[in-house]
Design a binder for this molecule. Sequence first.
Ligand SMILES: *Cc1c(COP(=O)(O)O)cnc(C)c1O
Length: 376
Amino acid sequence: MTERIREFLRKRNDEGPCLVVDLDVVRDNYNAFAKALPDTRVFYAVKANPAPEVLALLAKLGSCFDTASIPEIEIVLATGATPDRISYGNTIKKERDIARAYALGVRLYAVDCKAEVEKIARAAPGSRVFCRILSDCVGAEWPLSRKFGCEPAMAVEVLEHALKAGLEPHGVSFHVGSQQRNQHAWDRALASAAAVFKECGERGMNLSMVNLGGGFPTKYLKNVPTVKTYGNAIFKALRKHFGNRIPETIIEPGRGMVGNAGTIEAEVVLVSKKSEEDDVRWVYLDIGKFGGLAETMDESIRYPIRTPRDGDALAPCVLAGPTCDSADVLYEKEPYMLPVSLEIGDKVLIEGTGAYTATYSSVAFNGFSPLKTYHI
Ligand SMILES: *Cc1c(COP(=O)(O)O)cnc(C)c1O
C-alpha cells in the first residue's frame, strides 16, 4: 500500500471493488531483481499481470517476457519489444500456435516431452528449446504439482530428440513452486539441472542455459526473505553444482514482480451470524473467489486486509464473497481476525493483490462485473 494508491482511492468516485497498481513499485521490483541477480536475464511471467501499462514499463526497463499463448505474445509485441525478448514457456501448445509464434519471430520454446519437440521441429524449425524438469515445490505456498516437467533422466532423452529433429537443445528449466518462501529451494533443482547438463555433455550436446523459473514471493501476512537473499542463495547453488562453468541463466518472476504493487479496495456488504451463540461472524465482501481472489482456493494465499477500524478489538470471522456459489468463501477453515466494530459499508483494503487477481476474475458470474483495474 503506497501513498500514491491511497491518494488515488481518496479521489475515486467509481462504484464497486477495484485493483490499483502502483507502477513505481513494479519499477523498484524490476531494479531489485536486476541488482540481486546481475548476470541473469529477467523474463517477466506475463500471466501474473498482463496489463499493457505493466508490460510497457517492463519493456522500457529492458525486461524479456515469458508467455504462454499467442495473445500474450501479441500484447508483448504491442509494447514494441522485439520477438527475441520472448520465450514461449508453456509446455502445452497447439502446433498451429507454435507456427504462429514462429511467424511472429519467437525462437525460444519450452518442452517436457518428445511429442512437443516434434511439434516444434515441424512448426518452428531450427528454434531453441529448453526442457522443463519436475520440481518437488516443497516450501511453496502455491505449489505447481506434476503438471509441468519431466524427470531429469527423461529430459536428456527429450533434448537429444530435439537435436536429432534439427532443433537447438538450449538448456533446462524448472519452477520451484509459486510463493516459495525458502531461498534454498533452488539448490535441489540446480543439482538436477547440473546432472542433465553433464549427461547431455557426454552425449555431445553442450547446453548453455538454465531457466530458474519464478517462485519469488511477495509479502502477505508473513515476512519473506529479500530478493537479495534469493540472489545470494541461487548464486551459491550455481557455484556448488556448476563450479566455475556457470551457465547463462534467466529468471521468470511473476508474483515477485507485481504482487506487492497492487491493492484492492472492497466493501463490506453484510456482517452476520448463523446463531445468537455463534462467536464467529460471517463477513461478506463485494469481492470473492470469482471477482479476482481465486488464489484463496484451499486458503493457500492469505492476503493482509486493512480496515478503517484497525486498532479496535479483533474477533475471528469467516470471510466470503458476494456471489450465490457456496464455493465463494475466502477463509473459513482458518477464520480471519477482523475488528469487532467492522460494519456494513466499510471499505477494506486487500494488500499484495497485484499478481494473479484481475485476470482471474470472471466475466460476469451472477452479474458481477470483472474487477476494475487502474495502473497508476
Ligand atoms: C507462472 C509462471 C511463472 C511465474 O511464477 P511466479 O511464482 O509467479 O513467480 C514463471 N514461469 C513459468 C513457466 C510460469 O508458468
